[in-house]
Design a protein around this ligand. Structure first.
Ligand code: ATP
Length: 364
């Protein structure tokens, strides 16, 4: 088996615990990894004075692959979000978030199997904001009025929502290519094109154009985002690969996580042409950090996605099988899952749950 160099960014809060658990499980799967530690978030501020030091970006550029715990962006550092900055620096234009039921995880359904493909570079995440009362906001308000767009209250803050043909074409193509590569039969585009004609409307028309290139190979439909949310709750089995602009994709990820057992099991990846950074959907959860009670499943399943990406599918599948087995047995599960399934059984610690996985992998 080839040895793979991987940048490991443990991050903040529960990231310290979930990353250590993930490392143990990946090693127990038989994968041969050379971990190269790097910092982001609060630990990076302590060591380098900035939340995203150049050495972290350089490490990912060297290895090509990183696995990252959640990071908090401390207020007043000049950074809007470390996560957004990292995605921009590495041109990670795809955010991939599978939503799969794990029997025993306390989800609302046992048969959810869909994939969220979220555009990662623009929309309201572009960071173009004007503070209420600022000169720039006043200029923009005057410009809109001059252009006959109507009146904006002078005490308004303003965020810009850019949606481009280029980025939409790239993300929708990725969704269709993903569907083909993973034998999935349908792509659904989610939008609010009836209200935002020049942004979401553009997203929908570009999605239709791209869909035409795949006609006969992958089916296509679209949903308005509010109807999508209702349909997800009523019957998620109608969705297969679902492609979103940035903000709706973020919200849908948590909705999807909630349907299958919560943030503790929701995995994800940020992917670009050259680099990929794998990370759980959840944040640093400061309320439970340092208590050894966090659920590391989300980061462990993100690592399985990373192993798939590196061509180590057998190790990835061993990890997924071990996870399914520990959940199905139901003896050693963390507090979030006990709560989601309404169980009064004692909860396992993060370490005990990880021990159970390592044992399943034959390394106990
Ligand atoms: P962000 O803004 O970065 O998304 P947040 O504080 O809004 O962060 P999270 O940190 O993702 O949201 O999580 C919200 C809550 O869900 C946490 O406070 C915690 O109680 C719970 N939670 C999240 N991840 C986990 C996990 N891996 N294990 C157990 N509980 C979790």
């Amino acid at each position: 088996m080839a040895r793979h160099a991987v940048t490991l960014i443990p991050g903040d809060g529960i990231g310290v615990e979930t990353s250590a658990a993930m490392q143990r499980v990946v090693e127990a799967s038989g994968a041969d990894i050379e971990w190269q530690g790097a910092e982001a978030g609060e630990s990076a501020i302590r060591a380098h004075g900035v939340p995203l030091p150049p050495s972290t970006i350089e490490s990912v550029k060297r290895t090509g692959v990183a696995i990252k715990g959640p990071v908090t962006t401390p207020v007043g550092t000049g950074f809007r979000s470390v996560n957004v900055a990292l995605r921009q620096a590495l041109e990670l234009y795809v955010c991939l978030r599978p939503v799969h039921s794990i029997p025993g995880a306390g989800g609302r359904y046992d048969d959810v199997d869909l994939v969220i493909v979220r555009e990662n570079s623009e929309d309201l995440y572009a960071g173009m904001e004007f503070e209420a009362g600022s000169e720039e906001a006043a200029e923009l308000i005057a410009l809109c009025e001059e252009a006959g767009l109507g009146r904006i209250r002078p005490d308004s803050g303003i965020s810009i929502k850019p949606i481009s043909v280029t980025a939409t074409r790239a993300i929708v193509r990725y969704a269709f290519d993903y569907a083909l590569a993973h034998r999935r039969s349908k792509v659904t585009a989610v939008h609010k094109a009836n209200i935002m004609k020049h942004t979401d409307g553009l997203f929908l028309s570009v999605a239709r154009e791209v869909a035409a290139e795949y006609e006969g190979r992958v089916a296509f439909d679209d949903r308005i985002v509010d109807a999508f949310c209702m349909n997800m709750v009523i019957d998620p089995s109608q969705f297969d690969v679902v492609v979103f602009p940035n903000l709706y994709g973020d919200i849908a990820s948590d909705l999807g996580a909630g349907l299958v057992g919560g943030l503790g099991i929701a995995s994800g990846a940020n992917i670009g042409e050259k680099y990929a950074v794998f990370e759980a959907v959840h944040g640093s959860a400061p309320d439970i950090a340092g208590k050894n009670i966090a659920n590391p499943t989300a980061e462990i399943l993100s690592a399985a996605m990373m192993l798939d990406h590196m061509g180590e599918q057998a190790c990835a599948e061993r990890i997924r099988a071990a996870v399914r087995s520990v959940y199905a047995e139901g003896e050693t599960l963390t507090a979030d899952i006990r709560k989601a399934s309404g169980s009064s059984l004692a909860a396992a610690t993060c370490t005990e749950f990880t021990d159970a996985l390592v044992q399943k992998l034959g390394c106990g």
